[in-house]
Design a protein around this ligand. Structure first.
Ligand code: SF4
Ligand code: SF4
Length: 248
């Protein structure tokens, strides 16, 4: 087991706090907004008929998704709420340190581990500098070694499942109802912060209108469009949209 040990010692370089979106639980989203920061929402849809990965991966994806009506079909949609750190995280100080270290999100606590259990930990796939893998405590063998870290990883995965319905309900309340197809593209919304705060407030008090919109899927790849169309999936044909569409 020791032969497979991965050592890690974070050097606090802050590289992982720049150029990315920071996935948040719903509770962390509330705190992020209370600090005055922006939250992005990524919507992705999938179904069992086009699933190309392992069945266990489908079960994992389905556990953090909500089944919705989409034309004549039903698809599953995952809403990822994320702190906008596309330039750099708004909590990153001039000294390169996290300004909310004691209250930082779970995803920041667990990095370089991932919320997705199917992403293997390999140093070359991480943005950490090479030297941090050469010393420090053993992070991983065939499992996470530190019980505190293992608990944080499990809590982040559980929150993904627990928050799924609420996040989709918030998207529906905000009129965000076009998702990209998982593995094909990303659909990233940058909702107005005040409107998202309002929607969460109404959700928390149970006063959001019960909206169940017909969802749509944006796919620009002809073969996949044809396949989904034949399956009755409603496709979004808008050219101008309120989301950023990034084909993979
Ligand atoms: S919350 Fe802190 S640790 Fe997380 S990305 Fe922002 S600055 Fe980095
Ligand atoms: S990039 Fe890696 S080494 Fe640098 S602060 Fe983030 S986790 Fe630590």
């Amino acid at each position: 087991m020791e032969n497979n040990a991965i050592r890690f010692a974070c050097n606090g370089c802050g590289i992982c706090c720049k150029g990315r979106l920071v996935p948040l639980t719903l509770g962390e989203t509330r705190q992020w907004l209370q600090r005055g920061h922006e939250v992005a929402i990524i919507l992705e849809a999938f179904d069992e008929s086009t699933w190309a990965l392992q069945p266990q991966q489908f079960a994992h994806a389905a556990g953090r998704a909500v089944e919705v009506t989409c034309g004549d079909a039903h698809v599953r949609v995952v809403a990822v709420f994320a702190g906008n750190a596309l330039v750099q995280c708004q909590n990153l100080g001039d000294d390169g340190r996290c300004g909310i270290y004691e209250e930082r999100p779970l995803v920041c606590r667990i990095y370089p581990m991932e919320i997705n259990p199917f992403i293997a930990l390999t140093p070359e796939s991480k943005i950490c500098p090479p030297e941090v893998w050469e010393e420090g405590e053993i992070l991983f063998t065939d499992r996470i070694v530190d019980p505190v870290l293992a608990d944080q990883v499990e809590r982040s995965r559980q929150a993904d499942r627990d928050d799924a319905q609420a996040k989709i309900a918030l998207c529906e309340a905000l009129g965000l109802n076009v998702a990209a197809w998982k593995g094909n593209a990303f659909a990233v919304y940058l909702p107005d912060r005040a409107k998202l705060v309002e929607a969460i407030g109404r959700y928390d008090t149970g006063t959001n209108a019960a909206i169940r919109p017909d969802w749509k899927v944006r796919v620009d790849t002809p073969a996949l469009r044809q396949q989904l169309h034949q399956g009755g999936v409603a496709l979004d044909d808008q050219l101008a949209t309120d989301y950023i569409f990034h084909t993979l």
